[in-house]
Design a protein around this ligand. Structure first.
Ligand SMILES: N[C@@H](CCC(=O)N[C@@H](CS)C(=O)NCC(=O)O)C(=O)O
Length: 155
């Protein structure tokens, strides 16, 4: 029987990793379909990718794009996203913060710009994220970043 979820992305951590971790933790029925630059180009030309990019996740015959929306979607389906609106806001706020910070510096890895300035920026960004998450963990006195229960923000 085919897996319920199919993640399509490069063989790197990157934008698919939070959802891959969630699917693994949830023991969901899923598989990774790894692409190369060439495969991506072919899929793009064949019109298989909604905005011409990866990751996409294929679920119930639908091809869903945008990594953070994918994370929320799978989180919602698999019990990792709060029903309470304020709790959901907290999860989104932290996820958006971390993702936004990483957007500012992850590109260096692809452009292979390892200049001192970029390294400093990278280290500062990671420190900012660790400080924020550590403070949240302390406040909740728990194992999870947004409270008593694991959520998409922990991915
Ligand atoms: N906002 C999108 C960005 C997706 C994105 O930039 N994907 C890159 C790989 S990490 C891609 O497919 N690049 C190929 C291209 O744009 O042609 C998301 O978070 O999913």
């Amino acid at each position: 029987m085919a897996e319920e979820y199919e993640m399509v992305y490069f063989d790197i951590y990157g934008r698919a990793e939070p959802t891959r971790m969630l699917l693994s933790h949830a023991k969901a029925s899923w598989k990774d379909t790894l692409v190369t630059g060439e495969i991506l180009k072919a899929k793009k030309e064949a019109g298989e990718l909604p905005n011409g990019q990866v990751p996409v996740i294929i679920h119930k015959g639908k091809v869903l794009n945008e990594s953070m929306a994918i994370l929320r979607y799978t989180g919602n389906n698999l019990g990792y996203y709060p029903k309470d609106e304020f709790e959901a806001y907290k999860v989104d706020a932290l996820t958006d913060f971390v993702n936004g910070e990483l957007e500012n510096c992850a590109g260096h890895i692809f452009t292979k710009d390892f200049s001192e300035a970029k390294q400093t920026k990278y280290a500062e960004t990671l420190e900012k994220i660790v400080k924020k998450v550590s403070k949240d963990l302390e406040e909740h006195k728990g194992k999870f970043v947004c409270g008593e229960k694991i959520s998409t923000a922990d991915c």
